[in-house]
Design a binder for this molecule. Structure first.
Ligand code: 4LM
Length: 416
């Protein structure tokens, strides 16, 4: 079997998901062996010291590198179009390792106001304890973003489409503004995957993923990955990953390599199902607002075909009624699972204000446009008619309850 690293630039993404980074196996195994080992034996003290000194290539210890993890790193780097990648224990491990590698006390970081709740917690609560100044800004607004850049801005962090309500940010616009002040741009590409968006093309310096989601796709791994230039990835590996230690386990890398092989077909089905679900919700009388980048009136349309190649597989919506209506709807579902996370084969539904975005203060949530009645669905791979039937029966139960409440609170009809 050939080593496949030299071919990756000519392949279509669907081919890279299967063959990217594949290594020659001495026994000809088709599937990459799982190197489930903590450490690697040296043939002599001379070899051991040469490896530690960087004078000889080769593996030392799985926190520093492992052949199964290397294969995954090369495959995802090729998909994102970067020369290198570093795997991490979780998506949050990727966010923190990528950011902290470049920061020191007194630096300024500019962050999009709508991001995953734990990323918000990291930037707003933890960074300030170490003297790193963070500002959150609405990055859909170019003027606000420009005004928020400072001479000491070192990093700019954003998600697009954002968790949970799919606000889109023009990565090229932000990259231009950031590069003017010498800041690196870090994009969390979890919601899109490299098949629907490659932020490197819009000038992003670093891309991170929660590999827990679509890259693995089967809901059985928590993992992350960082893609970037050879120098940036080497710095991250040698500092925040090696010494803070949130590195990936070889077994998780092996599972993600397996999951990646079907990324292209999974995303096609995810996106197709999601459009049907979004159209159903939009047309339902109880749905007040819907957030789906695939609709003609969504701001994402301006970036479709240039930045984004698809609308993705997450829909968010608000129901008529109050928070109790939202809770009732979730509790009435029979097929769809109430759970955080996304990108699994199963359709998952959750309530961001009390779950994924509970680390936000109520004020920060309101500023970011994340209402208390917002519901988020990660549309899965089931037969879409079954997903719709479950949503329909749950919404009908809410409608019946709302009508009953209205009847009960009506003034008694006077017959006098
Ligand atoms: C969720 N999300 O939203 P790990 N970046 C993005 C994310 O959505 C997440 C992470 C990073 C959810 C988890 C419970 C855009 C996570 C963090 O969970 O550390 O792999 O990824 O439901």
């Amino acid at each position: 079997m050939r080593d496949n690293n030299n071919h990756k630039s000519q392949w279509q993404p669907a081919t890279v998901t299967i063959h990217g980074g594949k290594r020659r196996d001495e026994h000809g195994a088709l599937v990459a062996p799982l190197y489930q080992t903590a450490t690697f034996a040296f043939t002599s003290t001379e070899q051991g010291s040469r490896r530690f000194a960087g004078e000889e290539a080769g593996y030392i210890y799985s926190r520093l590198g492992n052949p199964t993890i290397t294969e995954l790193e090369q495959r995802v780097a090729a998909l994102e179009g970067y020369p290198a990648a570093a795997a991490s224990a979780t998506g949050m491990g990727a966010v923190s390792a990528a950011m902290l590698a470049f920061l020191q006390q007194g630096d300024h970081v500019l962050v999009s106001d709508a991001i995953y709740g734990c990323s918000f917690a990291l930037f707003s609560h933890l960074f300030s304890r170490f003297g790193i100044n963070v500002d959150f800004v609405d990055m859909a607004d170019a003027q606000l973003t420009k005004a928020a850049m400072r001479p000491n801005t070192k990093l700019v962090f954003l998600e697009t489409p954002a968790n949970p309500h799919l606000k889109v940010v023009d990565i090229a616009m932000v990259s231009q503004l950031a590069h003017k002040v010498g800041a690196r741009v870090v994009v969390d590409n979890t919601f899109m995957t490299p098949l629907l968006q490659q932020p490197i093309k819009q000038g992003a310096d670093i891309v991170i993923h929660s590999a827990t989601k679509y890259l693995n796709g089967h809901g059985d791994v928590v993992a992350g990955i960082i893609c970037g230039s050879t120098e940036d990835i080497e710095l991250i590996k040698l500092t925040t990953l090696k010494d803070m230690g949130a590195t990936m386990s070889p077994h998780d890398a092996w599972l993600i390599l397996r999951g990646l092989k079907t990324l292209d077909v999974r995303m096609e089905r995810h996106c197709k199902n999601t459009r049907v679900v979004a159209e159903f919700l939009r047309d339902h009388g109880l749905v007040k607002t819907i957030y789906y980048p695939g609709f003609a009136d969504h701001p994402a349309q301006a970036l479709m075909g240039s930045q984004m190649y698809g609308a993705g597989a997450v829909v968010a919506f608000e129901l008529a009624g109050d928070i109790n209506t939202a809770r009732r709807m979730l509790d009435s579902l029979q097929l769809i699972t109430i759970a955080v996370s996304l990108g699994d084969a199963e359709t998952l539904i959750q309530h961001p204000a009390s779950m994924t975005h509970s680390p936000y203060t109520p004020e920060a949530r309101a500023k970011a446009g994340i209402s208390d009645t917002l519901i988020r669905i990660s549309v899965g791979l089931e037969a879409v008619d079954d997903i719709i039937a479950d949503l329909a029966q749950a919404l009908n139960q809410c409608k019946a309850a709302l009508t009953m409440n209205t009847e009960q609170t009506k003034e008694p009809v006077s017959h006098g």
